[in-house]
Ligand binder design. Sequence first.
Ligand code: SF4
Length: 435
Amino acid sequence: MKFISYNNTSFKKTKYYLKLPDQEREVFDILSSVFHFKVNAYVLEYLINWDAIPNDPIYKLIFPRKEMLQPVDYKALRLLYQSGLDDKTLMPFIQKVKKKMYPEVKHCETSIPKINGVRVKGMYSNFETIVSLFPDPMAKTCHSYCSYCFRWIMFNNKEAQQNSSYKDPNEPVAFLKAHPEISDVLFTGADPLVLKAKTLQKYIDPVLDIDSVKVIRISSKSLGWWPYRFTTDQDADELLELFRYIQSKGKHLNLCAHFTHVRELENSVVKEAIKRIRETGTVIRCQGPIVEGINDTPEDWSALWNAQIAHGMVPYYMFIEADHNSESCFRIPLAKALQIFQTAQKQTTGLARTVRGPVFMNDLHRTLLDGIITIDGQQYFVLKSLQAPPNMAGEGTIKLIPYSETTKDAGDLIALFSKESKEETLPVLNLNETA
Ligand code: SF4
């Protein structure tokens, strides 16, 4: 299949635009000018069930929903659209609305590595043994865009891309050599596997020569959005050869595959792609967020994990959506997320016992929502810091926050796990007491 992608303008020329119900078409016209929109022919033809829109989960995974905007902004934008103004005239207002929606990423100063006071570009060091790298070409785009993605600010935004990425493939080398405690390097972006194998190799090669780096991780949703990347793309074989080459250098290669719904695993091409990747020795660990209206039942998750295990992959994390403004409409109550996780685990083969979740995709901590406990008649959520930056206290500690059936937000987790936090800390807690 040939890779053809559509943006908010070109999608309107496809037959699929005409399949949108009137109300959905209006939301698309209004919101696709504010938010990112990109979809490819495989997703349109083989993943979305057009007979089930607007409730189809993959449709919801691609198309914007009006709740992404504040009601007042949506109303104002709708009025402007209805008045027939062209996009150019509307642009200043759109930019204003967009600016309000900029995700607040709380990377603190100390997670930005420096050498002699000079910032190492495109590197983030949140945890002691791992760094994330954003090479410039990897930060640009994905095979399709997820409606809930908080990285939308990077798409089509040269300034944001330049500020957060690096161009010289050797940029991270000096820092990694000076920090032998860093064993894992994560290549991330947007989606690194949009790139040609040759370009990927140019950026991965310098890291392979560093002995203390033992694990190369590549974060990607290409198995879901464009599995042909590993089968019939012109350089698919070259990409798989690169996977073998990385391992021939003595590194463990981990593909962090982002899956949201079991349908992404049902077509024969994705099964073939997984098989080809696994034949190289690469381990595929799977992660994805729990999202309102897309995968918010235990059956969604047990089906997803069972399929991942059946195909030889490892279920790894169930994330809770990051709290970056527009994502809040994709969140579900914490109590419901926990119940879905626990029920789904019971419905899945025992091999899914190692999956962690629900885990907050906080910018600085990995925090597990681990259960509910009752103390003196009061219910609490039990939160555990799985990982914290070396400069911040809290890793491994447990904190309690008041239970609520409806809350979608655990508050400021960075403050909660900081040394100064006045919240109750229970370093040893019997979770068998969970309600
Ligand atoms: S594939 Fe990843 S980076 Fe790309 S839009 Fe989806 S969540 Fe965002």
